[in-house]
Design a binder for this molecule. Sequence first.
Ligand SMILES: Nc1ncnc2c1ncn2[C@@H]1O[C@H](COP(=O)(O)OP(=O)(O)OP(=O)(O)O)[C@@H](O)[C@H]1O
Length: 314
Amino acid sequence: MAGDGGLAIEARGVVRRFGPVEALRGLDITVRYGQVTALVGANGAGKTTLLLILATLLAPDAGTVRIAGHDALARPARAREALGWMPDTFGVYDQLTVDEYLAFFADAYGLSRQERPRRIRALLSLVHLEDHLGQPVHALSRGQKQRLGMARALVHRPRVLLLDEPASGLDPRSRIELRDLLRSLAADGVAVLVSSHILSELEEIADRVVLVDHGRTAGDHAMAEIAGASARVRWRIRSLDPEALAAALDRELDGLPWVRAADAAGGAEVGPLTEGEAAGLLARLVAAGVPVSGLAPAGSALESAYLAMTEDRR
Ligand SMILES: Nc1ncnc2c1ncn2[C@@H]1O[C@H](COP(=O)(O)OP(=O)(O)OP(=O)(O)O)[C@@H](O)[C@H]1O
């Protein structure tokens, strides 16, 4: 793929101030083609500011930004050709119909007149808005506008896709479809950078996770490292005999961390434990005669990792 040795985005030392507020304080990030990279961090950490800078819509006070191999600060137009951008909230031109709206952006990106109608139909079908062809944009619901925004971002087949909270406002089915769409774009070689607070969803789509904290990158991890078998997560254990489970956990945990004792519903939580530690504990509980009826991770591994990574940063 084009770009700096497979790097779709390479930003170094990015600084951005808003008056006295230092939103970005020398942030570094790299994003590869063919991967979904998740941008996570607390409210106000600087995610939207970073995405606006990467989208060439906001100038940094310092730092370098390369998008698809182009210097995005010196040659923003070249970077924009490669970029698709979906902001968290965006205005739609209310007086336009759904297809006119997409035609406007297809025109702006220089799609030929011949290609335009085919591309617009394909995009509307991709985001399941084909039944809304000819309808005014203002008549769309929030989630439908969100999906139209996704179609708009893809109009020129970008190789780098930036999405700020794309799932907010989407119904459960649309969220699943968005997940599938982002995975299939990555499979086609597109670099996807997506910010979201819904960690359980990111866990299913992201290959990498970049943690932003107070305007800096505080971690860059492969999802396999965070959510794989060696990751430590909390586990929920259920037993037909909660009292026997609680008593056995006291004996069998053997120095492993303890979260919550068995309750009347027969559930206890232990951890964080690796898969191997959880399997060992299960074997000991069963050997001790506890009627265990279930053992499963509690919550998402990414959530556990996020809480651990941000514990001392509060
Ligand atoms: N236009 C602006 N004027 C003044 N301050 C701003 C502006 N935009 C962002 N900031 C400040 O910069 C910091 C980073 O904001 P940013 O929106 O990038 O955070 P975020 O990580 O996207 O947060 P959230 O998760 O809440 O969306 C915050 O302290 C915010 O108040």
